[in-house]
Ligand binder design. Sequence first.
Ligand SMILES: Nc1ncnc2c1ncn2[C@@H]1O[C@H](COP(=O)(O)OP(=O)(O)OP(=O)(O)O)[C@@H](O)[C@H]1O
Ligand SMILES: [Mg+2]
Length: 230
Amino acid sequence: MISAKGVSLRYKDGTLALKDVTMEIKPGELVFLTGPSGSGKTSFLKLLMGMEYPTTGTLTVIGQLITKEEVKNIRKLRKSIGPIYQEFKLIDGRTSLDNVMMGMRFLDIPSKKIKKIAEEAIERVHLEQKKNTLVENLSWGQSQRVAIARAVARKPALILADEPTGNLDYENAINILQLLYSFVDSNTAVIITTHATHLIQNVPHATCIEVEEGKLRIIKGEARVDETRT
Ligand SMILES: Nc1ncnc2c1ncn2[C@@H]1O[C@H](COP(=O)(O)OP(=O)(O)OP(=O)(O)O)[C@@H](O)[C@H]1O
Ligand SMILES: [Mg+2]
């Protein structure tokens, strides 16, 4: 599903955010990316979404090569990816339900169906009571649930959640993580970045990857990361 070979990412200002990443992630995997602030977690997710391109190396995501030249095809690839951003990126002035529906507007789904699918997604995240509430009036955790509903409504093959438990207390953080695990199946991989290493230690079948100064190091699990290269 994801194959990276010698991938590095240097931003325009010269910052080397990822260094020679070689790894593979298969469908059905649950992957945690941990590591200190500024280590490169969000940068890695940006590459997977084609929001940035590798400076060196080869990256394919669901069979799609991530390069500048492939920008049109990458737009199509994004239909198969459900991103949950660190800062949510919900649209103020719109309700929870509207936000979930807007996440599906580029898919070829008839509008009646879109509403039904969005309502099901809202139910899946247990937010039925807030579906007609403007998103600016939601709590942090509720906003997070809308962002998750928006990401999963279109049944993406790859779910990317950036720091989804950020501000939550222990119980709510566990609930959000369990909700995200529930979307892993044989066709779907879920990648979650988190600072909360204490929350993920006992998750069975999960792959844990530590990001440190742009390098990826596997701590446990099934994904393959080649650490021998430098
Ligand atoms: N657009 C950008 N231009 C230049 N440098 C950037 C850009 N985005 C991120 N960086 C830098 O790249 C490095 C990795 O940042 P990144 O956001 O990937 O870290 P992170 O692991 O997600 O951190 P956090 O846990 O705080 O979210 C940092 O040094 C950051 O300052
Ligand atoms: Mg980040």
